[in-house]
Write a protein of this length. Sequence first.
Length: 191
Amino acid sequence: MPLRAILRRALSLGQVAVNPCSGIEAPAVRGRRERFASPTEAAALIAAVPERDRAIWATAMYGGLRRGELRAPRVEDIDPFLVASLTASGRAGSDRIFGSTASRPFAGERLSERADKAWGAAGLDRITLHECRHTFASSMIAAGVNAKALSTFMGHANISITLDRYGHLMPGSGAEAAGMPDSYRVKRRAS
């Protein structure tokens, strides 16, 4: 897609005579994993990982942060109410909350290796940090959070990203949506 866009622009500017990507159909993306954990499974996954990693996994699942966002926060960035529970390691000020050291961010591969080992021993299915974002989004939708608010929480550039990604989980799709206008009209007439 990026090459197609570049060549389309070059063609419009007269920098190329022919766009070699013109007419090429890109294959459909298949097999994209959209796993998310139920609240019960999320709690079990968090409980199974080594204690030193629980805050990272809990923040990923219950806060919806991206991997880079999980690597960045420092103690001084956290609301005072949360500091006590997130700083049991004795870190303070500009120390990284989830760092492998106070000054170095955690290594995602090592974090995942420790979690995979713990989950395997507990008989649980693995989940990635990115899938934890899906867990957060699905929990918010199940709790009734509207799409605009969810978009803001997820840090999406616009609501269409949120709707494209999570619309299938939102109430009112398919047959349910088809009956909603009739239900509304019946309700309004009765009142």
